[in-house]
Design a binder for this molecule. Structure first.
Ligand SMILES: O=c1ccn([C@@H]2O[C@H](COP(=O)(O)OP(=O)(O)O[C@H]3O[C@H](CO)[C@@H](O)[C@H](O)[C@H]3O)[C@@H](O)[C@H]2O)c(=O)[nH]1
Length: 462
């Protein structure tokens, strides 16, 4: 059967997340949300990503199809099929471009599926939009970003603001949002260069061209959070933006409570709750690379702050040494495993989040009513941090000197967030924003309504 040959009375959506945890997780929430909107869902992934997806969707009736990940890609060790497992993020472009080799297999399998109403895929898999067009299937792109960041990137680039000044530190004002001042340093490579020409720039141009032919862009956000920026995107750019988030508020999986209680960090949080000691959660997402020098400064700042903390250390945790863990063991916990971050943020004793401001972390923090201490590191995180601190005012920001956040400065900011007046202000504000988030995803709320309408619109096209 071809995708066009058999009509299905229920919408059938094909989902294809990019192979990075920060991109897979929101689309798994979306998969469950689509089931709640009475769609059937087929999800494409690769064999090494399959176990995580199987486990996350174990309760749900979703067809999962594996496509072999391309082999013999220079620099990419065999068996690595997710960006968080890459030896270095400098391999990102080779990794992302390699996925295009999956296109023939994807198209062959697509033709074996029952009628497909729509393909939702990540912008880093932009060749899937081409496949959708080839088979006459409407496609929706997903970029994992806020409307604020997408709008700022567009405004700065179409108005030539990124090449205005010689120095990357020189501030400029956005044309469409004159209250926002930025420097080129607020943008990641290659946009922090006056001349961004580079293979990565060409890849991004290809993405934007491909996206402009999609039916829409799904935004993991809610209209009430950033109306001006959503309106800007819908006025100035193509395709239309549809806010359907926060996706992390989708109904959770049913997990056996017995299994959940096994994690030692949740038990530790329970103990802190019993003692009445508020905890700062410290984590920098799935891909951040932190130098040993910076790691030592973080350890010093957390130790000297005297605040209780739960720190998820990823790749380079070994440099901290056992002495550090011994010294802080009454007050702090260092975890080197993968954790259920959402569950940690939802624990009532967690009252602050030192975060790199990946967009999923920002949304999870908002929805858990936890204010943020923003420490952006890469990608669009500088823009997210600016939004968190200046636009929606749910966080404070760390200060760097010569590219390093020093222990003393971090200590002061941690104390300000956890114990200070400014911390109290942002804590109050995040509760208001969380309520608006919860309202948006309720039946009748803005995000719920947008997704319902979108599914109807797309289904009518079939
Ligand atoms: O031990 C861990 C570590 C992470 N997470 C989850 O992993 C996701 C991480 O996503 P995010 O916070 O957005 O960080 P990154 O992994 O760094 O995300 C990439 O993708 C995001 C979405 O496009 C961008 O906003 C970021 O800048 C980019 O680095 C979140 O859902 C976390 O809850 C866990 O559950 N357990």
């Amino acid at each position: 059967m071809s995708p066009l040959s058999s009509y299905n009375p229920e919408p059938h959506v094909v989902l294809f997340p990019f192979m990075a945890k920060g991109h897979i997780i929101p689309l798994l929430h979306l998969a469950r949300l689509l089931l709640d909107h009475r769609a059937t869902v087929t999800l494409f992934t690769t064999p090494a990503n399959r176990p995580y997806i199987d486990q996350s969707l174990s309760d749900d009736d979703i067809t999962i199809i594996d496509l072999p990940f391309p082999v013999n890609i220079p620099g990419i060790p065999s068996g690595i099929e997710s960006t968080d497992k890459l030896p270095s993020m400098s391999l990102f472009l080779s990794f992302a471009k390699a996925t295009k080799l999956m296109q023939p297999n994807f198209e062959n399998l697509l033709q074996t599926l029952p009628h497909v109403s729509c393909i939702i895929s990540d912008q880093f898999l932009h060749w899937t939009f081409e496949s959708a067009t080839k088979f006459g299937i409407p496609s929706l792109g997903f970029n994992g970003m806020s409307a604020y960041s997408s709008a700022i990137c567009r405004d700065a680039s179409v108005n030539g603001l990124l090449s205005l000044h010689e120095s990357p530190d020189e501030p400029f004002t956005l044309t469409s949002f004159p209250w926002i001042k930025l420097t080129r340093n607020d943008f990641d490579y290659p946009f922090n260069k006056r001349d961004p020409s580079s293979p990565l720039f060409d890849f991004i141009v290809d993405i934007y061209k491909a996206l402009s032919n999609c039916y829409g862009l799904l935004v993991n956000s809610f209209y009430e959070l950033e109306p001006l920026f959503v309106d800007y995107l819908n006025r100035e750019s193509k395709p239309k933006a549809f806010c359907v988030g926060p996706l992390c508020l989708t109904r959770p999986q049913k997990v056996e409570p017995v299994l959940q209680n096994k994690c030692r960090w949740i038990q530790w949080l329970d103990k802190k709750l019993a003692q009445g000691n508020p905890v700062l959660y410290v984590a920098f997402g799935s891909q951040a690379e932190i130098s040993p020098t910076q790691l030592t400064e973080i350890a010093g700042g957390l130790e000297e702050s005297k605040v209780s903390f739960l720190w998820v250390v990823r790749k380079s945790g070994t440099e901290l040494g056992e002495e550090f863990e011994d010294r802080i063991k009454e007050r702090g916990m260092v975890v080197k495993e993968w954790v259920d971050q959402k569950r940690i943020l939802e624990h009532e004793i967690v009252q602050g989040f030192l975060s790199h401001c990946g967009w999923n972390s920002v949304l999870e923090s908002i929805c858990s009513e936890v204010p943020i201490l923003a420490w952006p590191m890469m990608a669009e995180q500088q823009l997210n941090a600016k939004m968190v601190v200046e636009e929606i005012k749910i966080g404070l920001r760390v200060e760097s000197r010569n590219g390093i956040i020093e222990a003393e400065s971090l200590k002061n900011k941690v104390k300000e967030l956890m114990e200070g007046e400014n911390g109290n202000e942002v804590r109050k504000r995040v509760k208001e924003v969380a309520e608006a988030a919860r309202n948006s995803i309720k039946d009748g709320g803005s995000s719920w309504h947008t997704l319902s309408q979108l599914i109807k619109e797309i289904h009518l096209q079939n």
